[in-house]
Design a protein around this ligand. Structure first.
Ligand code: BES
Ligand code: MN
Ligand code: ZN
Length: 495
């Protein structure tokens, strides 16, 4: 999908379809009024005849209106101006693109950004790009006969005044972010027999080939053994697929600037191991690499933007499977940090690979470290499928990530990381155990990671509830690429 933003005169604009808003009760937006005039009251007649009532996210498609250059006009209901909120805005965009994709129009011109969607034009631009890209996404590439792609190829965001360079930059960043989400979704949806640790490593290497600013390197199990990553290596013991530790270094500015390090959980299939999961919906554990996918997507997005900062992506990747050689409940392993861990449940494997990756991350002298992981089912219970869980050892970083989530409409919610929870991880035989019991499962998982991140500013995003959708709409969401990318954009603009 191509996007552009420009000043445009509604009645003169050549386009497969113009999209203009109508408020509940029939009040026309400024651009709808202009079209109404050019069409000798075609729109106000439709309102009078109650063909459109302006109810939020309702639509009416019109063909060949007299007096205008475009082939079609899509009227979109905006609801009551006083009731407009972000949820309504998103629904309006979904209704718009569902309708547009059902037409043969190759291009569309939207007058909604400044005219009906409220004051935050930047927010509206980002969401238009994200929703349009989502509607163009195809999840059926592995079917023998994939559905035909929609005809819509190009979107113009029309403004009534000349768009500022700031708005143009927002559009450019949103487009790169949407491409990053697409990559994260594509990788997330791939089955475990295709998307192995080796496959993820090859994706990183090809990202390094496409973007000169990215240097990708892959450590093998023998390298990890030398580094003493006994915790990470214990998880891969039951698998035939070799584990990989993938690193992508993005250089956008002088070496002297410390990087942000993103660490993504890359379990390409999580069966639970010897602590085997129940069978129902176990297929969804192919999504246990969505943290890794979000790191790849974010790295691609910032490279496409050419952001002026340094970022390192680190992905520990392996499978978690049972076998005669698999790690067992009760086994004690030594992490790269030297701390010993009693593995009481082999299904709490994410923290076991992340802890060594987080120790490894210190080698990059990070400004900040953020890990992203489908870490706990408890997070889905706590926050559902709306917000990602956020836990951090620094207040300022927490605020910045929460704000970026709001800006990108990829929201997170903070949970406490208080010392009071730490004793739940005490073990009789090792420095810690890998589970803290059912209560506060997301918090104790983060408390475990906190024992490996004492030397730097760190935040943990638990995306167990937000990285993919189940049921009829099963599929990866591309989250939290928008949040992470927005955070990095904000950081680059500050420095
Ligand atoms: N990958 C899972 C977490 C998960 C489960 C995400 C369901 C999304 C949906 C993780 O490795 C896991 O199995 N966690 C356990 C931890 C427990 C054993 C302490 C969990 O949440 O049950
Ligand atoms: Mn698990
Ligand atoms: Zn897992």
């Amino acid at each position: 999908m191509e996007f552009s933003i420009k000043q445009s005169i509604p009645e003169k604009q050549r386009s497969g379809c113009l999209v203009v808003g109508v408020y509940e009760g029939g009040k026309l937006t400024a651009s709808a009024q202009i079209l109404n005039k050019a069409t000798k009251n075609a729109l106000s007649d439709l309102v009078a005849r109650r063909d459109i009532d302006g109810k939020s996210a309702s639509t009416l498609l019109l063909h060949k209106l007299p007096g205008i250059a475009a082939e079609r006009v899509l009227l979109v209901g905006l609801g009551k101006a006083s009731e407009m909120n972000n949820k309504a805005r998103i629904e309006i965009l979904h209704a718009t693109f569902s309708k547009l994709n059902a037409t043969p129009a190759k291009d569309a011109t939207l007058y909604l950004i400044e005219d009906g969607m409220g004051k935050d034009t930047g927010w509206a631009i980002r969401q238009t790009v994200f929703v349009a890209t989502e509607h163009a996404f195809r999840a059926d590439t592995l079917k023998s006969k994939p559905a035909k792609a929609a005809s819509l190829k190009s979107i113009t965001l029309a403004t009534l005044e000349k768009p500022s360079s700031a708005l143009k930059a927002i559009l450019e960043y949103a487009t790169a972010t949407a491409h990053g989400m697409d990559l994260a979704k594509k990788l997330g949806n791939l089955p475990g027999n295709v998307c192995t640790p080796t496959y993820l490593a090859s994706q990183a290497i090809s990202l390094g080939k496409t973007h000169k600013s990215i240097k990708a390197t892959v450590l093998e199990e023998k390298d990890m053994r030398k580094l003493g990553m006994g915790s990470f290596l214990s998880v891969t013991r039951g698998s035939e697929q070799p584990a990989k530790l993938i690193t992508m270094e993005y250089r956008g500015t002088d070496k002297k600037h410390k990087p942000v390090v993103l660490v993504g959980k890359g379990i390409t299939f999580d069966s639970g191991g010897i602590s085997l999961k129940p069978g129902a919906e176990m297929d969804e554990m192919k999504y246990d690499m969505c943290g890794a996918a979000s790191v790849l997507g974010t790295m691609q997005a910032i490279a496409e933007m050419g952001l002026k900062l340094n970022v390192v992506g680190v992905i520990p990747s392996c499978e978690n499977l049972p076998s005669g050689t698999a790690v067992k409940p009760g086994d004690i392993v030594t992490s790269m940090s030297g701390q010993t861990i009693e593995i009481l449940n082999t299904d709490a494997e994410g923290r076991l690979i992340l802890c060594d990756a987080l120790t490894y991350a210190a080698k990059f002298h990070p400004e900040t470290v953020i890990d992203i992981a489908t870490l706990t089912g408890a997070c889905v219970i706590a926050l559902g499928h709306v917000a990602s869980g956020l836990l951090s050892n620094e207040e300022k970083l927490t605020k910045e990530l929460l704000a970026a989530g709001e800006q990108a409409h990829d929201r997170a919610w903070q949970l406490p990381l208080w010392e009071d929870y730490q004793p739940l991880l005490d073990s009789n035989f090792a420095d810690m155990q890998n589970i803290g019991g059912r209560a506060g499962g997301t918090i104790t998982a983060a408390c475990f990671l906190a024992r490996f991140t004492k030397d730097y500013r760190w935040a943990h995003l638990d995306i167990a509830g937000t990285a993919w959708k189940s049921g009829k709409e099963k599929g990866a969401t591309g989250r939290p690429v928008p949040l992470l990318t927005q955070y990095l954009v904000n950081l680059a603009q500050k420095s």
